[in-house]
Design a protein around this ligand. Structure first.
Ligand code: NAD
Ligand code: UDP
Length: 327
């Protein structure tokens, strides 16, 4: 039975990865320090003999008993508001955390896949974004803590591959959504759905002309799984190229949820990328992968999940007084 370590296991992507690897017959070790994750996401796995959970901060030395075949490093705050609130931890998990895990991969002779991001392209001047675009990132802007940690993470990973022959894979994840996103993490999909459910107006930042391309979680997990098992070392974009402006997206959410509330406009956050769409030619060619779940079906599944939250979860508003993100 192959053994895989998944960091960020109590988070959105990490918990879905744990489910997938267990389903594929792996022994899974989940690791998390719960800084942005939720135990609820892995509760259903805790009694499974194929799953072990270790509460640990990966910026500290990581020890695992026995053999290890794969490491998937998904620990990191991922929402702009999260990484603004905890900038130092964000930098540390992308740099020190990645270093620790690459060291572990080296001694265990394990293959390691890192979760990179479309944010390495910054506010892109090339559209759609291909893997050979170097990006347009403001190192000292508020988003720099995340973008530069992820860029460093990619460099460190390639260095361990080149100098220590560690087997590595790099996925550049574009905006992904689905059940188990945190309702209050500030990202646009939980934000709009939470507002619709609470009967609040939907907050569009800027004039809403900025674009994003949203990928459903099942498609993302399939792409990551195929990439891990492929023999391709350089970064691969995984995302859904179906692009939409945030204003049009807010209107879609109004239709989906049936809310009678309206759109209100707030300041655009500093360095908010104006357009984002993955070029997935490489993933199609290498992995035979492309997304299958359209936005309408994916958003419906996601809304069903948020509708199932308790009143307490719906009204917990951890970011209410946090304004540092906005200009
Ligand atoms: P998330 O916040 O739901 O999950 C991240 C998890 O990492 C949380 O459970 C958190 O507690 C844990 N974590 C953070 N720092 C840690 C540390 N030092 N030690 C141990 N655990 C730690 O976010 P997510 O959306 O699931 O993102 C997971 C990964 O995917 C991140 O690396 C993120 O950068 C990347 N990613 C996600 C998206 C997306 O659209 N969801 C897009 C691009 C990249
Ligand atoms: N956004 C918005 N209203 C919100 C939350 C986000 O208009 O309540 C916008 C945000 O400014 C960005 C887009 O939605 O242009 C996507 O934001 P998100 O935080 O989900 O992810 P990003 O792609 O910026 O990392």
């Amino acid at each position: 039975m192959s053994k895989v370590l998944i960091t960020g296991a109590a988070g959105f992507l990490g918990s879905h990865l744990c489910d997938r690897f267990i389903k594929e017959g792996y022994q899974v070790i989940g690791m998390d320090n719960f800084i942005t994750g939720d135990k609820k996401n892995i509760d259903h796995l805790l009694s499974n003999p194929c799953f072990e959970f270790i509460e640990h901060d990966v910026t500290e030395f990581v020890h695992i008993d026995g053999d290890l075949d794969y490491i998937l490093h998904f620990a990191s705050p991922a929402s702009p508001i999260d990484y603004l609130k905890i900038p130092i931890q964000t930098l540390k998990v992308g740099s020190l955390g990645t270093h620790n895990l690459l060291g572990l991969a080296r001694v265990k002779k394990a293959r390691m896949l890192i979760a990179s991001t479309s944010e390495v392209y910054g506010d892109p001047l090339v559209h759609p974004q291909r893997e050979d675009y170097y990006g347009n990132v403001n190192t000292i802007g508020p988003r720099g803590v995340y973008d530069e940690a992820k860029r460093f993470q990619e460099s460190m990973t390639m260095a361990y591959h080149r100098f220590h022959s560690v087997e590595t894979r790099i996925v550049r994840i574009f905006n992904t959504y689905g059940p188990r996103m945190r309702l209050n993490d500030g990202r646009v999909i939980p934000a709009f759905m939470g507002q619709a459910l609470r009967g609040e107006d939907l907050t569009v930042f800027g004039d809403g002309s900025q674009t994003r391309s949203f990928c459903y979680i099942d498609d993302q997990i399939e792409g990551i799984y195929r990439l891990l098992l492929s023999d391709y070392v350089e970064p691969v974009n995984i995302g859904n190229p179906h692009e939409i402006s945030i204003k049009d997206f807010a209107e879609e959410i109004i239709n989906l949820t049936g809310t009678t509330q309206k759109i209100i406009y707030k300041d655009l956050p500093i360095n908010d990328p104006m357009q984002r769409q993955p070029d997935i030619t490489l993933a199609k060619k290498l992995l035979g992968w492309e997304p299958r779940v359209g936005r309408e079906a994916g958003m419906k599944l996601t809304f069903d999940y948020f509708k199932g939250l308790t009143e307490e979860e719906l009204y917990k508003s951890e970011h209410k007084d946090f304004t540092g993100y906005i200009n």
